[in-house]
Each structure stands twice: as C-alpha cells, then as structure tokens.
Design a protein around this ligand. Structure first.
Ligand SMILES: Cc1cc2nc3c(=O)[nH]c(=O)nc-3n(C[C@H](O)[C@H](O)[C@H](O)COP(=O)(O)O)c2cc1C
Length: 351
C-alpha cells in the first residue's frame, strides 16, 4: 500500500511536470495498466443512485475520459462510477490549443476544450467492449455546428441508451456557443419533452440526468428544477464549471477564457446544490460536483442533499489516493454524527 502510494505520487509529479493537456493524454494512456486496488470501501458507504447500486458515492465527472478509452482503469482506481463524454454525434477537434490550464496555487483548472471527442460511434464501440463491472454513464452534448440541436440530442440519447447505465444531458458547458441557453425554460421544455419520449421508447428504462451550470440566476435554477421534476428526469447533476472568476484567484492563468473548476468553484456549486435541494424537496435525486477537494467537502454535499458525488479537479491533483482519503473521512463523519449508513445523512441539513 505504502509502495503503491509512493509510486502514484512519483507518477503524479512526473505528469505535473508536463503541460496540462499532454499530461492528461499520457495519463489516459497509462490508466489501462492500473492494477486493481484492494477494496477499501466501508460497507456503510454503499448507496444507490437512480436505482443503480454503488459501492460508495464517489464517481468520476464527465470530461476526463470523453472517448471511453480508460473506463476499466478508472474503475480500478476506485471510482464507484465513471461518466464518459461529453460525446457528440460527430467527431470534432475542439478549440485550438492551448485550451487546458492548471491553476496550481488555487487548486483549480480552467478549460476551454470545446467538446473535443472522437464522436458517438467510437465512444459506443469502446463502452460496449469494457470488461470491468461497475457503473458507467455517458454524457451527451452538441457539435459546435449542430443545425438541429433537439434531433442531435435525441439521436445521441437513443444510441447511448444501448450501452450506458445512465445518460447525462449536458446543457451547461461554457465552451460551445449557445449550449447553455438550452437551460432556459423556453428551450429546456421542448428538449426535455423530446428526450423523455426517446428514453421511454427504449427497451430498457435507463436513468436520464441533466447537468446544470453554477452560474444560473435563482429564478432560472428554480425553473430548471421544476421542469426536470415535471418531465420525470431521474437526477440533476450540480454543477458544471463556472465562467466567473472569484477575486481571490492568484494563478497566472486565472484570466484565460473557459470554465473554472476545483477549489474556487466549491462555494458556488454548494450554493446551487442547496437551492435545488430545498426546491426539489426529495422529488428528484441530486449529484454533487464542483470543487470537492476533500472529505469535508464531500460530506457537506451529502448533507446538503446529494445522493452521490463526482470529482474531476481533485483527482487531477490528488490521484486515486484522493478517493481513499475521501472515503475514510466520510466513514469517520458518519460515525461522529451517528448515521448508520450514508443514505441516512443525505439531505440531513435540509430538515
Ligand atoms: C478539462 C475539463 C474538461 C471537462 N469536460 C467536461 C465535459 O466534456 N462535459 C461535462 O459535462 N463536464 C466537463 N467538465 C466539468 C466537470 O465534469 C465538472 O463538472 C467540473 O470540473 C467541476 O468539478 P471539479 O471541481 O471536481 O473539477 C470538464 C472539466 C474539466 C476540468
């Protein structure tokens, strides 16, 4: 165990000596060689999300493995679930490089990747070939030049339902022009109507989730919550990256255009989760994501109403050991507060 941690630390130091995107590409190439970790998950942390059984609540957020090239390795790193994508109907190169920036002093990342991905067919082929058991969702989005957004989303949904355990509709990435406008009620209503029809026409009913931005005004967030419940979505993922820049950022790359993730996103993402949890009052499940850097952050999201969590930036900075540390801390927090199991702590701050 100690040897493994030392090797992981060394590898991470090596990766962080490279520019951000080459380091990411190399990490994806190395992940298939990750040996399985001994299962450390505390049985009290077993939980469910939209009816899917999970060994614990921590999953990998979308965007890390857009093309599903490393799903098996990522599950072996200890994630309870992995979300592939964002995948679009057609392959596209994304924005020009550089488009990914580490903000080390701020424990943050700025990205303007722009949905670079190998397209739906390639992603589906790889997802179908995966060997490790474990929950794998797929996150769907739009090509930059999509002429018929509803048709493209419905097409992607229909296809990914064949191989994914759940599907997330991404209308909240800041790097595809016009995408976030789909969160507004007048656009969201027809989109959800169409997607729910597509989901319900499939042979097997799979959970449909919607991922929202942390930058919506309160009334927009309320409308999005109400519409999602009205249309029978299974969960909301809160949140994607922010286009705002908190004044306290120190890193040189803080003014780069794109979405900010990591520690500085945490207050915004938690506030968004709390507002939606209060409005939804248990009528839809919630997934907490955005700046979850340690066990205390993770536990706060659970108490705020998240049934499960996702991380991205803290995995980049902390590697697989980050998952173990969060799980240990969550177990200790349950014990301290007298909860027999994680599910009992979900939404504890709401009551
Ligand atoms: C480099 C990068 C690429 C991302 N790509 C996607 C994406 O394709 N689709 C998506 O829904 N979210 C994407 N995200 C957002 C993450 O899934 C997550 O919502 C966000 O980073 C906040 O979590 P974190 O603070 O733990 O990183 C991306 C994030 C980063 C840092």
């Amino acid at each position: 165990m100690a040897l493994r941690r030392a090797a992981e630390r060394l590898l991470r130091a090596g990766l962080h000596a490279l520019p951000a995107e080459p380091a990411h590409d190399l990490a994806l190439r190395l992940l298939p060689f990750v040996p399985p970790r001994a299962s450390t998950a505390d049985p009290r942390l077993r939980t469910t999300l939209c009816g899917l059984d999970l060994p614990h609540p921590i999953g990998l957020a979308a965007g890390f493995d857009k093309d599903a090239v490393a799903v098996d390795g990522l599950l072996r790193c200890g994630f309870a679930f992995v979300e592939t994508g964002t995948v679009t109907r057609h392959a596209q190169p994304g924005n020009p490089r550089p488009r990914l920036f580490r903000l080390e002093e701020d424990r943050a990342i700025v990205n303007r990747m722009g949905f670079n991905n190998a397209g739906l067919d390639a992603c589906l082929r790889r997802m179908a070939r995966r060997r490790t058991t474990g929950t794998v969702g797929a996150n769907i989005g739009l090509n930059k030049d999509a002429a018929a957004p509803l048709d493209d989303y419905a097409f992607c949904l229909g296809r990914v339902l064949e191989v994914a355990d759940y599907v997330t509709v991404n209308v909240s990435s800041p790097n595809t022009p016009g995408l976030r406008a789909l969160q507004q009620a007048q656009s969201l209503r027809p989109l959800l109507e169409r997607l729910v029809r597509t989901r319900d026409a499939a042979e097997e009913r799979k959970p449909l989730l919607l991922k929202a931005a942390p930058d919506l005004a309160d009334d927009e967030l309320d409308a999005l919550t109400d519409l999602s419940i009205e249309h029978g979505l299974d969960a909301l993922i809160l949140t994607n990256t922010t286009t705002t820049r908190p004044a306290h950022l120190r890193s040189a790359a803080r003014h780069e255009t794109g979405g900010l993730s990591g520690a500085p996103l945490a207050p915004l993402a938690l506030r968004t989760l709390r507002r939606v949890a209060a409005r939804a009052a248990g009528r839809i499940e919630l997934v907490g994501v955005g700046g979850i850097m340690n066990a205390a952050d993770a536990y706060a999201r659970i108490r705020a109403g998240a049934a499960a969590l996702q991380i991205y930036t803290s995995f980049v900075y902390g590697g697989p050991a980050q998952i173990d540390a969060m799980l240990e801390g969550l177990g200790r927090a349950l014990e301290r507060d007298g909860f027999a199991r994680l599910a009992d702590a979900v939404g504890a701050d709401l009551h």
